[in-house]
Ligand binder design. Sequence first.
Ligand code: FAD
Ligand code: NAI
Length: 474
Amino acid sequence: MAESFDVIVIGAGPGGYVAAIRAAQLGFATACIDDWTNSEGKPAPGGTCTNVGCIPSKALLQSSDNFEHAGHGFAEHGIQVKDIAIDVERMLSRKDKVVRQNNDGILYLFKKNKIRFLHGVGSFAGGAPGTWQIKVSGPGAAELQTKNVIIATGSRPRALSGAPFDNERILDNEGALAIPDVPKRLGVVGAGVIGLEMGSVWRRLGADVTILEALPVFLGIADEQVASEAWKQFTRQGLKIELGVNITRVTRGDDVTVDYTDAGGKAQSAHFDKLIVSIGRVPYTGNLGADVVGLKLDERGFVSVDGDCRTNLPGVWAIGDVVRGPMLAHKAEDEGVAVAERIAGQHGHVDFNTVPWVIYTSPEIAWVGQTERDLKSAGVAYRSGSFPFSANGRARALGDTRGFVKFVADAKTDRILGMHAIGPMVSELIAEGVVAMEFGAASEDIARICHAHPSLTEAVREAALAVDKRTLNI
Ligand code: FAD
Ligand code: NAI
């Protein structure tokens, strides 16, 4: 007889494993199924984020940042470092170790929360509302039954047409995180989040990096001033970014040839040792057995859900990259928590207006809420204020005064509508903007709160003061 659960989560990425923990905390008999297998054939829960996304990319960003500092940053502190070399194999094995620690951490959390973890592919085998039947194939083969299903099957990289990934020459995110030697000529298609982060990693390590972007504007999703500062910094670092390109052909031989027309319509041909293709991701529902139960997908392949992550099937929910909205780990996690709480009859809630974005380049880029462009096109009257890190004592002591913090606030009520930043540690500073917005704060509130000195957070306060044109330190 099929083992019975209250909640079965399919997928143990950040959305799925967090949903399973919250469901277990709420007292539900919970199972979580995930098919990710590591190079030793062992289960590796954590999904894209842990295995080939957030965590390994940040490990490599840190290693390459250390390398760049040792080569170019330490001298001004009077620290002499001679004969600096990068051992790529060791850097990659450190990254793999960090990934393993996270996989193990999730397995431990499953155990601690008494969640039944099954390693394998989970799919709908039939059933009806109240008794969905789920089949697991693979090492943890089983037949299960459940009242509620949470689909958290994530996303996969999108390939360029006519250029399938081989992870030798044409790399997806997994390949981009495992290049065994620093390539001499690295091409990147797509100047989005992965392109900029992975392009930065390999440029710091010595690759000649060219990024080819289809859109005529750089970082169109970010605040315009932030994007323009980022462009200045990245091109100064040596990243070559070409905008408005139209790739016509990719040919794989001893190297990779990319034929394209440039922004001026001129035919161009570029040769690379490796080509990272990072042109966005697509939802993944293969193997799920959506047809068996009539689960509705939208025209782009996402599981169709309402604002509360309900699918068309009673008791079946979907969260994370496999549904609409930004493809971010923390968005997936928050949806997972909210869905578990809704199943328990509580009022789980995700505020999509305050989901922060971070790009972990150097300088880092972070934002939350609306940009000036958004507000102008919505006809909202606003005031803005910004403050440069060049006038912040801690940034000077750190030796990193690039960038600024900016607030936009409603012209009438002063309620904060967005925070946009580029500079040192803005991945951490953005949390202040998120909290402020969640509490409905005005820029005046931030301006009146005591911030430690010397700290980068003072730039946040000064940007809030700047909304009212009363900065103190500039
Ligand atoms: P996933 O993490 O994709 O997990 C889905 C899991 O379900 C996988 O393990 C998959 O194998 C499994 N699965 C699928 N189908 C089945 C099935 N039928 N049965 C069993 N298991 C199944 N986001 C951030 O917020 N910050 C970052 O810094 C960041 N960096 C990134 C860097 C890179 C290179 C990439 C590619 C992505 C990055 N992201 C980042 C995005 C982030 O990884 C995703 O938004 C996040 O992983 C989505 O979580 P999820 O739980 O929806 O899906
Ligand atoms: P992306 O959507 O960030 O960027 C893709 C870029 O490729 C866009 O600028 C797009 O205009 C361009 N593009 C699309 N088709 C093209 C073509 N044919 N030729 C040239 N350029 C083309 O997608 P990316 O970088 O693949 O990342 C996927 C997602 O993963 C991100 O949107 C983000 O949600 C998530 N992610 C988040 C990170 C973070 O939070 N720090 C880090 C990395 C990924």
